[in-house]
Design a protein around this ligand. Structure first.
Ligand SMILES: [Ca+2]
Ligand SMILES: [Ca+2]
Ligand SMILES: [Ca+2]
Length: 453
């Protein structure tokens, strides 16, 4: 119960503190005028001025849920908030400072101060990772490249903070895939090392060693950090797009890491814990993750809403194989993985931009016998029979078009029928009744196959 209260308080605190400290407004974000500070914020601000003066500018996390420079949260569940503030001093731009404030008899006072030699704040999270019912503070700092970051984990020690651990990462996530009560931290890292030529002592651009790996951290007694697992990832990963967790089978959970490989490819590393951390996707013999590779940036999702994550594979639709990547249209086959192998769960046409999926279930014949043309500006997708004899699009089957509610009411759209409505979007279809091929669909069939994302 305590934990729930803590989380609720956290959510409230986050909502409240998105207003940020008032006063010195250094960031464009804060041009969105915040509400007048309540007593708490004013108290923290005054304590900050008392501790460091006024020659500073606030620093904001650039990612994650907490985007304020000044965050108050009840770390120890005593119904009194503590607060942290991030800033840079005007006379020393190389350091980002974190100041920790606690309230005593209505007066806020600085109780701890530290600084990070870094280029910016990546993200700030609060989570009880060591299981002592107090929230730890996780401060992710951007170092001087997009993939080189440092996570600083602080824990409450009496009235002050102590640094529990410092870890390098490119991307991290707090996950919960083990049976014990504590959440765990997944750290993903990309490393590039350029060899140095012996004769000249200069970097040898032709000799670049790339590696990527995942580390799994848990917390032991006396707040010790334990590396519980470490696995290789595809060494050519250039960035991480999304980390999600889901059921691997009836009893185990897995982490699904969607990663970019170069500018065109995406892969999914499937990580789970079975005495040790395992990467089910990576083929150590080949030295790459091939099984989940696709040339379209489609993220994993639970496409059939059964609690298990499906991994997409992009299949080039008829008529697009000769086009360059980026100009191709695809259909998607979705597969889940359960330790024994991959199972096909669904196949269909995804439109992630307009938020729908035409689920053809497992009808690969249909998907291999049609083609479609997209117009992202008009929000249309026009489907055609594929003319196998002439290797080109045949007759039009139907056009799916997304209208705004206002456009739907005001435009001439007699040919379109409503499939479904969601928010401000009216999803419609114009069926070419003259085309009665076996691949044609009725309005009812389209409604049955239509899934909102
Ligand atoms: Ca407290
Ligand atoms: Ca804790
Ligand atoms: Ca699923």
């Amino acid at each position: 119960m305590r934990r729930k209260i803590g989380l609720l308080t956290l959510i409230l605190a986050v909502a409240l503190l998105l207003t940020s400290c008032t006063g010195v407004l250094a960031d464009p974000e804060s041009l969105i005028s915040p509400p007048k500070a309540d007593g708490e914020l004013q108290g923290i601000e005054e304590a900050l001025y008392a501790a460091v003066g006024k020659d500073f500018s606030f620093i904001y996390p650039s990612a994650g849920e907490n985007r304020s420079s000044c965050i108050s949260v009840d770390l120890n569940g005593d119904s009194k908030n503590e607060a942290i503030v991030f800033y840079r001093l005007k006379n020393d731009s190389s350091m980002i400072h974190m100041n920790f404030f606690a309230e005593n008899d209505g007066a806020w006072k600085s109780a701890f101060e530290t600084q990070f030699a870094c280029s910016g704040l990546d993200r700030v999270d609060f989570q009880d990772v060591c299981g002592d019912k107090n929230l730890e503070i996780m401060v992710g700092c951007n170092m001087y490249s997009a993939t080189d970051k440092q996570l600083n984990i602080f824990t409450l020690a009496g009235n002050t903070l102590s640094l529990l651990s410092q870890e390098n990462y490119s991307s991290y996530s707090i996950v919960d895939i083990m049976e014990n009560v504590k959440p765990q931290i997944l750290l993903l890292s990309i490393q590039t090392q350029v060899a140095v030529k012996e004769e000249s002592n200069l970097q040898d651009a032709s000799n670049v060693q790339k590696s990527a790996f995942a580390r799994f951290l848990t917390f032991g007694d006396q707040n010790t950090v334990v590396e519980t697992g470490r696995v290789e990832l595809d060494p050519n990963i250039t960035g991480f797009s999304n980390i999600t967790t889901g059921l691997l089978n009836d009893s185990d959970k897995a982490i699904y890491v969607d990663a970019n490989k170069g500018s065109d490819l995406m892969i999914t590393e499937i990580l789970y814990f079975d005495n040790t951390l395992i990467n089910a996707s990576y083929d150590a013999t080949l030295g790459e993750t091939r099984e989940t590779k696709r040339e379209a940036p489609i993220l994993c999702r639970d496409i059939d809403q059964d609690g298990r994550i499906e991994i997409p594979s992009a299949q080039v639709i008829k008529g697009y194989t000769d086009k360059a990547i980026g100009e191709r249209n695809y259909y998607t086959i979705w597969r889940s993985y359960d330790k024994t192998g991959f199972q096909m769960k669904s196949a269909g046409v995804l439109n992630a931009v307009d938020g729908y999926y035409l689920n053809l279930e497992k009808d690969i014949d249909w998907l291999e016998s049609i083609t479609f043309v997209s117009d992202t500006g008009l929000k249309t997708r026009t489907f055609y029979d594929w003319n196998f004899d002439e290797s080109k699009a045949g007759d039009e089957l139907f056009t799916i078009k997304v209208f705004t509610k206002r456009a739907w009411q005001s435009e001439d759209n007699d040919d379109y029928k409503v499939v479904t409505v969601s928010g401000d979007n009216v999803y419609t279809v114009n069926i070419n009744e003259k085309n009665t091929s076996s691949y044609q669909m009725t309005l009812t069939q389209i409604k049955d196959h239509f899934v909102l994302l």
